[in-house]
Design a binder for this molecule. Sequence first.
Ligand code: GLP
Length: 258
Amino acid sequence: MEVITQATAEQAVKLVSCLIEDRVKVKPDAVLGLATGRTMERVYAQLAMSAVSFKECTTFNLDEYIGLPSNDTQSYRHYMWEHFFSKVDIDIQNTFVPDGQATDLQQAATDFENAIDTAGGIDTQLLGIGVAGHIGFNEPLSSIMSRTRDKCLTPKTREQNAAMFGGDANKVPKRALTMGVGTILQARELILLATGSAKADIVARAVEGPITSMVSASSIQLHPNCKVIVDEEAAGCLQGREYYDFVFANEPEWERYR
Ligand code: GLP
């Protein structure tokens, strides 16, 4: 794992979008794993301005609320359309978001996993982190080997996401269909982005704490190719900061991004 701290959220966002652009330049038909949440809005805004073409890309989103129609403005399908898919040249047929409206959720989860396999697996998976320590909607006690399935959201997560539901946590759906931790770990590369002081404690627990299903984001420590990109505020509780900065300043792979 590498932890890269940028001075501002804007720079952290810029670095993440540069990495994604570079992946697509090298492999125009890249399979991208996408995330939602407020942090990612700026990444999509940045990517939408880039000259890179997403025409041949396939995308898989981490998660979707259960029970919200896809045209509901709070659904992640709608979020993706609004922030990214409608702004770039991607073929909408090649964009996959778990089907939170399916009558048979187990079948929808299996279909989603099969679609990832058929696409050849995810090349680069973008991740945010929830204050409850989740990646996707893998709430505490999510098995590190879990696959796509439905999960019950924690009160903390519903509170965190209430802003998108008019500030009322009771309006946030109680369940979601999410890629499993095991599904996420199968991607060939992980890029986790976190910004702001509210994420400082959970970022440190994910990066430096024990690997535990209580903090599903800590499972990224098991991944052989994982980058964590944070701003100064989100890096606030990291113990090993000096070394992480040294790596970023000296590793040849980061030369063009410094
Ligand atoms: C939601 C998503 C997560 C995302 C998290 C972060 O809960 N299911 O995938 O990581 O939001 O949200 P924000 O960026 O708004 O802090």
